[in-house]
Structures are given as structure tokens and as C-alpha cells.
Design a protein. Structure first.
Length: 340
């Protein structure tokens, strides 16, 4: 169950300033709620009123889903609620939580910069909340102008550029990394830092996009030894770099200088030409029991092989099981996260 959905009628009438009391209430009543409330509903966009009541100007959501148009949205009046719109998302993306467990997310839109938040106290509070929850995006890194050399002077692993396009939405004379969360720009699927408090604090599901970029040091002999150990466990993306599926891995590699985190500045142009700083994503605390709909489509990172195989096949397998049976696959190590 999700805090967001179990208390939707109640929360929709509340401000962010009241959340401390709400969290204490939920802590006290969680067992009875778990026994009596069925809340596994598909991903819906929020209503304009709910966005506004939580400090966000809905007119500034870029690429917001709509019925028959952007992002796979369809009209669905099956779950009337003041908190939700009647636009349901049919596109799902496999994601990792901070501990490497598989989950699924639907992208509701993006925010270019902090101008999307209202200037009221509620809006500024939500701005702070959004900045405190991170979505780790893994952008594609094109090959640089030089390759690393083996001891014999023979080109080995391609040295991928770590230069960020400047401005973020533009280009550069040499290969550069585009800071964009769109699916074609991802080398692997995203990781969300779903700390326990997230589901009851970040009510409109806004995340600060952190872009994980391999540094030149990652392609040295010592760096490759470290990355190889991760690849042997997690597999590789299309360019031979390892799949990173836990927050600890990112933190460790960052401490060793093998990855750096990039952000789109909060000062970028409102028209989105210089990238987007935030993503609005419905991270599913519990994807079982009908959350994945029969018309759902999985958007997945692929290898560049003839079969376009998935970078993480478990996403494909678990999605099929959830869609066909309403549960994770038999014997799956996945589990439904708990709210606290």
C-alpha cells in the first residue's frame, strides 16, 4: 500500500505544513490501514488542484501526460478522487530502489527549474522536499577522442567522455554528455532513493535528477578492475560499463573518483532548451495486485544488439508476471517496500 493512495481523500485537503502530524497519525494507525484498505491502483496523474495545494504550478509541468497524446496517457474514470486526475499512464519503466530491488515507475512529466514551485511557503517547502529526494539517471556517454591503452600500447576499453554539454541542452565541438532523463538517452534504467519517509512527504512525486557520469579514472587499469567486479554481478550496459543498482555502489564509486554526479543548474531557461532539473515520477511502492494494467507497456534500456535485448532482463520478466498474475514472479527476490 502507499501512504499517498491510502490517505488520498484526507491528504488532498491538507497542506505540507500539516505533514508532521499526518506522519505521526499514520505511524499510529498503519496496522489497521494495512488490514482494511485496498490501494493498489494504476498510475494516474495528479489533479491540478492537488498540485496547487502542494505548492506546484501544474501549468509548468513539461511533457505532462494527457489522454491520447503525450506519454501514453489514456482517459480512465475508474478511480474518482480529488487527489487524482482521470488521466492514467500506460508507460512503465523498470527502476531500482536504493537497495537494488526492482520496482516500476511511470513518468508524469518534468520540471525545468524551480520556477515551477509557487512562491508561497507551501511552494518553497515543496521545493526543498524535491531537492532532498534524488533520481539517479545514467546518461549515455559518447566515445571521447582517445582510447585508453593497454601496457602494450594497444587500444583497450573505450574512454567515454565525461564532458557535459554546455549549455546542458546544447552541443559542444567535441563529444559531450547530455543531461536529459528521456529514455533514448539512458544507458540503464534509473535508480530512485526511496527512503522510508518519501511516500508520505514528497506527495506530488517530484525528484531532483542526478546524472551519474563515469570519469576518465574509471577507464584506467585500476578503475577497470573495480568496475569489472560490479559487472560480474550486475551485468553491463551496451557500452561495456557496469549496471549500477544500489546507492552504496554510486557513493563508493564517487568516493573513489570513478563517477561524478551532474545536475542541471536551477538557473536554466524556462523553455527547456537547456535541460530539465526535476522529474515528476509515480514511483510505485507496491506494484502488485493490479497496479500494472493489461494495456501497460514497458519502456526499457536496451543493448545495441540485433535482438535489442534488455540491459536488465529481470525488469522484463517481473513486468510480465505483474501484468499477468498481479504479483512478482514465483521465487523472485523482490519484495514490496514498507512505508516506514
Amino acid at each position: 500500500m502507499t501512504c499517498k493512495r491510502n490517505t488520498e481523500n484526507y491528504i488532498a485537503k491538507m497542506s505540507i505544513a500539516s505533514l508532521a502530524g499526518l506522519v505521526m497519525l499514520l505511524l499510529a494507525t498503519a496496522p489497521s490501514i494495512a488490514q482494511t484498505v485496498h490501494s493498489n491502483i494504476p498510475p494516474f496523474d495528479f489533479s491540478d488542484a492537488f498540485y496547487l495545494s502542494n505548492g506546484l504550478d501544474p501549468t509548468r509541468i513539461v511533457f505532462r501526460i494527457n489522454a491520447g497524446g503525450t506519454g501514453g496517457g489514456v482517459f480512465d474514470a475508474s478511480f474518482p478522487s480529488p487527489q487524482l486526475s482521470q488521466i492514467r499512464e500506460t508507460f512503465y519503466t523498470g527502476t531500482f530502489d536504493r537497495n537494488g530491488l526492482i520496482n516500476f515507475t511511470s513518468i508524469l512529466g518534468v520540471l525545468v527549474n524551480s520556477h515551477s514551485f509557487l512562491t508561497t511557503p507551501i511552494g518553497q517547502n515543496m521545493h526543498s522536499v524535491a531537492d532532498s529526494f534524488q533520481a539517479f539517471v545514467f546518461p549515455k556517454q559518447p566515445k571521447g577522442n582517445h582510447n585508453t591503452l593497454s601496457a602494450a600500447g594497444i587500444p583497450s576499453t573505450p574512454n567515454l567522455t565525461s564532458t557535459v554539454c554546455n549549455p546542458p541542452g546544447g552541443a559542444a565541438p567535441e563529444p559531450c554528455v547530455t543531461l536529459s532523463p528521456v529514455a533514448p538517452n539512458r544507458r540503464q534504467n534509473t535508480m530512485f532513493d526511496t527512503r522510508a519517509t518519501y511516500f508520505c512527504i514528497d506527495l506530488i512525486q517530484v525528484w531532483l535528477a542526478e546524472y551519474v557520469i563515469f570519469t576518465p579514472q574509471a577507464f584506467t587499469s585500476d578503475g577497470q578492475k573495480i568496475l569489472k567486479q560490479i559487472s560480474q554481478t550486475n551485468g553491463t550496459t551496451f557500452d561495456g560499463t557496469p549496471v549500477l543498482n544500489t546507492l552504496d555502489q554510486i557513493n563508493s564509486l564517487q568516493a573513489q573518483g570513478l563517477v561524478t554526479l551532474g545536475e542541471v543548474p536551477d538557473t536554466v531557461a524556462d523553455d527547456g532548451s537547456q535541460g530539465v532539473r526535476y522529474v515528476v515520477c509515480d514511483v510505485m511502492q507496491d506494484p502488485t495486485d493490479g497496479t500494472v494494467t493489461p494495456d501497460g507497456q514497458l519502456v526499457d534500456a536496451k543493448h545495441n544488439d540485433a535482438a535489442l535485448t534488455s540491459v536488465t532482463p529481470d525488469f522484463v520478466n517481473e513486468f510480465k508476471c505483474l501484468q499477468q498474475t498481479g504479483n512478482f514472479c514465483v521465487g523472485s527476490p523482490q519484495r514490496v517496500p514498507v512505508p516506514f
